[in-house]
Ligand binder design. Structure first.
Ligand code: SF4
Length: 459
């Protein structure tokens, strides 16, 4: 491809894909049509578990997510609304998390299955002691033994890893850390209400490696005050630090604190053009340095939990505010800690809402997830599972993305092009948008986040 052709291709991706669907920005998107979720009735606990067992039939491996909704930080970019530290509430929540797992075990959710990956997310999971994390891992192992290549990952912030924590996490069975670093630019970190230094990260990486753990570093794109130059500086630091994996995440403005920052200093808002350029730069750097990213995963070593989720492995998520997917069954737990706790105490699954994906929704989701793996969607497997070819079943979305040169189709599969990989979030949003227009046009279409709506007028 000549450089002029490459430039034309990038312009198409920018103008038609990136700008075309900007009302639907969402980092790490998944396919769910919120309007289709039904409220869970507490009288239907048995019915729910029966449908879960049916959905799990034939599945011998599971992905497990455990949510810890407490955090002592108040980052302005946070999109998870964690609870502030409270020793009593944390202990109570820990006990209920254990009970929730036991409840699912007693209902046969783990029977005959092995755990492929466990991921502790938050909040800040290290608000639990490493020993508590170990108890949860042991409970899961008792019910669904770990696969030989299973991984146990814990999310953490650089400031939450006191010196002795990493060895204790290793003793608890943890073998992978996911560090929310976001940037090394001190001015940007200050606006985010965070602080850490490259030296601190260097120490964490060394300690993790000394303890036989792998580690990934998250870097955000589009934080308040971030520039292309500050991203360059971050990339240089990463080249020195050499973490095992790096994940770039586009910032979405969902936190009121961040909106307040922009209200006071609108000049800090990263322009859409700059965010496009940052995304391009980060992904090019990633490719040049041999790092895997969403959109082009080739193996499960660096992001095991995500990889297996994209491959469609059942995801059983425990804790408040979590969402699980088991084939066509999708369900969300209560967000409110009080309600979550009350339902567990009454022996009920702590659900808020749930949904059986329709045949069409399952096909959209299979495309949505499958193309985030480099090999893409296998057309023969898709035909076998859904009884129809993906290009016929989802003509609009496949045709549209092909016209944008975000995907390529051959007789074996459907996969992202290079720029499709870089802008996989926009591809996912395009699929979501097309699905809503084509099949659910009677629903009100709600943007995922403030996105560019903020620029039109905050609040
Ligand atoms: S550390 Fe994570 S969970 Fe806590 S406030 Fe920051 S972004 Fe949110």
């Amino acid at each position: 491809m000549t450089s002029a052709e490459d430039e034309a291709l990038r312009a198409k991706i920018r103008n038609k894909l990136y700008y075309g669907i900007q009302g639907y920005t969402k980092n790490l998107p998944d396919f769910v049509i919120p309007e289709n979720l039904q409220r869970f009735s507490v009288r239907k606990g048995d019915e729910f578990f029966a449908s879960l067992r049916t959905a799990l039939t034939g599945e011998d491996e599971i992905n497990v997510y455990l949510h810890v909704p407490f955090c002592k930080f108040e980052c302005t970019f946070c999109n998870t609304r964690p609870n502030m530290p409270d020793a009593e509430a944390e202990t109570q929540y820990f006990n209920r998390l254990m009970k929730e797992i036991q409840l699912y075990a007693s209902e046969g959710a783990f029977e005959g299955r092995r755990t492929r990956s466990i991921y502790f997310g938050g909040g800040t999971p290290t608000m639990f002691s490493p020993e508590q994390i170990g108890e949860l891992v042991d409970l899961l192992k008792t019910n669904a033994p770990l696969h030989d290549e299973a991984t146990v990952s814990v999310e953490a912030t650089p400031g939450s890893l006191a010196k002795d924590v990493i060895p204790r996490l290793r003793d608890a069975g943890v073998d992978r850390l996911s560090i929310g670093c976001q940037t090394f630019d001190l001015a940007v970190l200050k606006l985010c209400m965070r602080s850490h230094t490259p030296r601190q990260m260097e120490g964490i990486i060394r300690t993790a490696h000394d303890n036989g753990m792998r580690l990934n570093v998250d870097i955000m794109l589009g934080l308040a005050g971030q520039t292309l130059e500050s991203l360059d500086a971050d990339l240089e630091i990463l080249e020195d630090l050499k973490p095992d994996a790096v994940e770039f995440i586009r910032h979405e403005i969902v936190n009121q604190k961040m909106v307040d920052v922009y209200d006071e200093r609108p000049e800090l808002l990263v322009s859409d053009d700059d965010l496009f350029a940052m995304t391009l730069k980060a992904h090019q750097w990633s490719e040049d340095n041999g790092y895997e990213q969403n959109g082009r995963f080739t193996h499960d070593q660096d992001f095991p939990y995500r990889y297996h989720w994209l491959k469609g492995m059942p995801l059983l998520a425990f804790g408040a505010r979590t969402r699980s997917y088991v084939n066509a069954l999708c369900y969300e737990n209560q967000e409110n800690l009080g309600l979550y706790g009350k339902m567990i105490d009454r022996g009920l699954p702590p659900l808020h809402q749930h949904q059986q994906l329709s045949h069409k929704e399952q096909m959209y989701r299979a495309l949505f997830l499958g193309i985030q793996i480099r090999a893409g969607v296998d057309r023969a497997q898709f035909r076998e599972k859904y009884g129809v070819d993906v290009t016929t079943a989802l003509t609009d979305v496949v045709g549209g993305l092909r016209d944008l040169e975000a995907i390529e189709v051959d007789e074996d599969g459907v996969r992202l092009t290079r720029y499709g990989q870089y802008f996989y979030e926009d591809v996912c949003c395009y699929i979501m948008d097309t699905a809503k227009r084509a099949d659910f046009s009677d629903h009100e279409r709600t943007p995922f986040s403030y996105g560019t709506a903020w620029e039109a007028g905050p609040r």
